[in-house]
Design a protein around this ligand. Structure first.
Ligand code: PLP
Length: 386
């Protein structure tokens, strides 16, 4: 089955079992517990909704199918998925290597909980050069954590090269694939061990559910993750599972439109006199455009750019937009814009932000699937204020 078909059918096969109603969409199973006829075993296969729920399992099968993984797990948020994964893979006193450009909340989780509370040592490196990752490996290193492309600077790393480095030292490679979605990039096929998503973003796609996912093919690790998910309670609710199943059906229709709009807007921005630099891997002058073309099948809908503006005029520009909503998050059908220094990446100390390249002039756009001319007109009228 091809991607578009899997996105609609896997996990939602009509139930023709005796007593099954043949629903073409999976029902929302709200029961918190499931009765059994005999004490020895759960009669219908389910015991308690934290441990397993039919709607969540339908989504987990869908998620695995999208990433071409054997297993999927659905969590209450992307951050919850990260927490359970890190707790499963790391012990106190161990070390992880992370791309220095990451979603601010992921760095917050590493630095505030894993470093400070659990004494896990974290090295942030520029993973655009695989040699930097290789050089950071220590005796106690257990895993390499990357986003590609990164949030917010749209930098890439060579996933195949990093997988080779990781596996030569028995390390795990985790890829946060939130920005590309499985439609444009499948890191497990490039050698990654675990893929992580904030399903809040493109997979659900409608800005009405917060959720997270892990996809992998290693059965033993899956069983440990499932045990720890159940033990910690970090599960996605039945209603959010239903919403995410519903949203994922149109992933293959939405992603090409996000990309078409983003490419036009990135091109337009790159010729605007008030724009200093545009970061979009689909532009031929993006420094990693050829790697993007090689390891992804598209360039996605996220753009960042540096404005010729100070904080005050940037704030005026953002307030002047009529269609773009000034909001955190991304990946929904509607266009959003945000100011990383004060919003998504405010938890990173300013000096560190500047070192990576997240300057006060940087804004990040999540390009929706509205009419692209309306989006350009909106940006045009607001940029006139600068
Ligand atoms: N990873 C990336 C790339 C993100 O952008 C986000 C949220 O913005 C997360 C992880 C965290 O996911 P959630 O907000 O669902 O906890």
């Amino acid at each position: 089955m091809r991607f578009e078909t899997r996105a609609i059918h896997i996990g939602e096969e009509p139930n023709f079992q005796p007593g099954g109603s043949g629903d073409v969409t999976t029902p929302i199973h709200l029961a918190s517990t499931f009765a059994r006829r005999r004490v020895e075993e759960p009669t219908g296969g389910y015991e308690y909704s934290r441990s397993g729920n039919p709607t969540r399992e339908a989504l987990e099968r869908r998620l695995a199918a999208l990433e071409e993984a054997h297993f999927g797990l659905a969590f209450s948020s992307g951050s919850a998925a990260q927490l359970v994964l890190l707790l499963t893979l790391l012990r106190s006193g161990e070390h992880l290597i992370a791309f220095d450009d990451l979603y601010g909340g992921t760095r917050r989780l590493f630095s505030h909980i894993f470093s400070r509370v659990l004494s896990v040592d974290v090295s942030y490196v520029d993973a655009r050069q695989p040699a930097n990752v290789q050089a950071a490996i220590q005796k106690n290193t257990r895993l390499i954590w990357v986003e590609s492309p990164t949030n917010p600077l749209l930098r890439l790393c060579d996933i195949t090269a990093l997988a080779t480095i990781a596996h030569s030292q028995a390390l795990k490679l985790v890829v946060d694939n939130t920005f590309m979605s499985p439609y444009f990039q499948r890191p497990l096929l490039l050698g990654a061990d675990v893929v992580m998503h904030s399903t809040t973003k493109y997979i659900n796609g409608h800005s009405d559910s917060v959720g997270g996912a892990l996809m992998l093919s290693d059965r033993e690790l899956y069983q440990r993750l499932k045990f720890n998910q159940n033990a910690s309670g970090a599960i996605l609710s039945p209603f959010d599972s239903y919403l995410t199943l519903r949203g994922s059906k149109t992933l293959a229709v939405r992603m090409p439109q996000h990309q078409e709009n983003a490419l036009k807007i990135a091109n337009w921005l790159s010729h605007h006199p008030k724009i200093k630099a545009v970061y979009y891997p689909g532009l031929a002058d993006h420094p990693q455009h050829s790697l993007a073309t090689q390891q992804m099948s598209g360039y996605g809908g996220m753009i960042s750019c540096d404005l010729q503006a100070d904080r005050d005029s940037t704030a005026r520009f953002l307030a002047q937009l009529k269609i773009f909503a000034l909001a955190e998050s991304l990946g929904g059908v509607e266009s959003l814009i945000e100011y990383p220094a004060l919003m998504t990446h405010a938890s990173i100390p300013q000096a560190e932000r500047e070192k990576i390249g997240i300057h006060d002039s940087l804004i990040r756009l999540s390009i929706g699937i509205e009419n692209v001319e309306d989006l350009i007109d909106d940006l045009k009228q607001a940029l006139q204020l600068l």
